[in-house]
Write a protein that binds this ligand. Structure first.
Ligand code: 5GW
Ligand code: MN
Length: 373
């Protein structure tokens, strides 16, 4: 019985040693792997899953549409010679300010034609302001986005008074019937709400960019794709040279349009803004909501929609700014820096068109005269 017992115990010993060796090699294998992945994390790039992801992004990049311009001849830009030194051409947040001489329209037209860009021009002709439409559209046919696809969106409460104007091929006149408001302030301010609502319901499906302007105006020189960008505002022709204290921002703290005395970049005009439909939706939605908040608090900003627009642009900087070439009033005469007057105010017979506003106009005129010295 003795030798049998000995044999059994030596087999058990062998088995234990074997188990010990297996466990040891397993532990060292794990340890080496752990160390390797800690020291060389980039090795995970070889992981088949990551490799698959890399392949997907490579193929997406490989199938991007290639846009290329045709060969063109034009004057070489000079890094040491700015085209103009008499005006500011770039904001501190690197948005271009659009002045004659600062761009080559042939290059821009080629780029925008390639994208087959479609532009909407919104204009309000409520009550007697329908009288401005004929000249507005006739001059736009001559000067606005010539050669590009254009939709005119005319908001009116007087469908019957809309002149019958034939527009060029690739252009369309769309008349939108909207309610009118009794107070002229509401006529002006509700434009934000109506542009917002129509952006959501229709403009987003029909155009890429919106340009939103006053109707008591005429085009007298070219306005093209140089103005198009995510979101743009326009320097008010009465305040481009003013100091902050002379900007007629809303100053009362109770208003959502309030701008503190030590803030504000430019004084933007209420009658000329635009951008992509998405950005114009955001802008008009902000302005309308701010107006409704103020209305509930029985306060209305000093220059109505213009005050809310200025508040928006203070904290949502425009990606381009139009110079006063794009919004001028010949009552100011000319200026040396003004190489073109592209869009100018049509003189209004205030008594016939809007007699109720005479008092306010007087105070505005005084502000303008003060600025002009
Ligand atoms: C009427 C009386 C006083 C002020 C505005 C109106 C008015 C403005 C109106 O009866 N019907 C109308 O369609 N509007 C729209 O609001 C026009 O598109 C107009 O261009 C815009 C802004 O009003 P404006 O042009 O009189 O304002 P300002 O600051 O250019 O003189
Ligand atoms: Mn106007």
């Amino acid at each position: 019985m003795q030798p049998e017992k000995n044999e059994k115990s030596s087999t058990r010993k062998c088995f234990c040693v074997l188990i010990y060796l297996v466990l040891l090699s397993l532990a060292s294998f794990c340890w080496i792997n752990l160390k390797r992945s800690r020291w060389h994390p980039q090795l995970t790039i070889c992981d088949p899953q990551t490799k698959a992801q890399t392949d997907v992004s490579v193929s997406r990049l490989e199938h991007l549409p290639i846009a290329s311009l045709e060969s063109m001849l034009y004057e070489k830009p000079n890094a040491l010679k700015p085209p103009r030194t008499d005006v500011l051409m770039l904001t501190p947040w690197l948005a271009p300010i659009i002045w004659e001489g600062g761009f080559n329209i042939d290059i821009l037209n080629a780029q925008f034609h390639q994208r087959n860009v479609h532009v909407g021009l919104t204009v309000f002709a409520i009550k007697k302001y329908t009288v401005f439409l004929q000249i507005f559209i006739e001059t736009a046919e001559k000067f606005f986005m010539v050669g590009h696809k254009v939709n005119y969106y005319v908001f009116t409460d007087r469908i019957k008074d809309i002149p019958n104007i034939t527009v060029a091929e690739g252009r369309q006149l769309v008349v939108l019937e909207v309610p009118s408001y009794q107070r002229w302030q509401d006529v002006s301010m509700r434009r934000m709400e109506m542009i917002r609502d129509h952006s959501q319901q229709r403009f987003i499906n029909e155009v890429d960019y919106l340009v939103c302007v006053d109707v008591d105006m005429k085009f007298s020189d070219y306005v093209g794709v140089e103005i198009l960008t995510d979101v743009f505002g326009t320097l008010h022709p009465g305040f481009y040279g003013s100091s902050r204290e002379h900007f007629t921002f809303e100053r009362r703290k109770q208003s959502t349009a309030c701008i503190p005395p030590d803030e504000g970049d430019f004084y933007y005009a209420g009658g000329y803004f635009g951008g992509t439909v998405e950005e114009v939706f955001k802008l008009t939605n902000f302005c309308h909501n701010a107006m409704m908040t103020d209305k509930a608090n029985h306060i209305e900003a000093i220059w109505h929609d213009e005050s809310y627009l200025n508040k928006y642009f203070l904290y949502h900087k425009p990606t381009k700014i139009l110079s006063p070439e794009y919004l001028w009033d010949n009552n100011f005469g000319g200026r040396d820096f003004l190489k073109k007057r592209r869009f100018v105010a049509v003189p209004k017979n205030h008594n016939a068109i809007r007699n109720r506003r005479a008092l306010n106009d007087y105070s505005r005129l005084r502000a303008k005269l003060k600025f002009l010295g």
